[in-house]
Design a protein around this ligand. Sequence first.
Ligand SMILES: [Zn+2]
Length: 163
Amino acid sequence: MIRPIIIWPNPFLKTKSVAVDFDLDLYSDVANDMIDTMLHEGGVGLAAVQIGVGLRIITLNAGHGPEVWINPKIIRRSPEKERMPEGCLSLPGITEDGARNVWVDVVGYYVSGHLKGTHAVGLRAQVFAHEIEHLDGRMYVDKMEVGFKDRLRKRLKKGRGGF
Ligand SMILES: [Zn+2]
């Protein structure tokens, strides 16, 4: 089921998401809805908080097909960073350059509750970092200067999107 995406600066995006408890079943429906919503919106990644659910679930579609990661954690990062354009479904029409690690090693769980891990490179590494920041209530726009954010707020209110 496609769910509406929460748009910045809605304060819910600052929620610190809690770890999924595998004894409670509802998270698998959330994961399915996230995949549907991400693909419908043409996004490369989505965090549960963006559809109003404060659970540590992310989905990706960044070169390995649709992926679901429950309770994901970055355990290692490349020393090198690269600048690349970055967007967010909660900031429609906006792309900003940002520095991200070239690769990250991630551990997390399948929807089944089994452990998994991966070495993510390039866009996929960027998406992992971006989505896991969402789980901690952070967004890349938080790092930007106040004037930029004011302009952004006005643009989004007018429904025009990008700069
Ligand atoms: Zn985002």
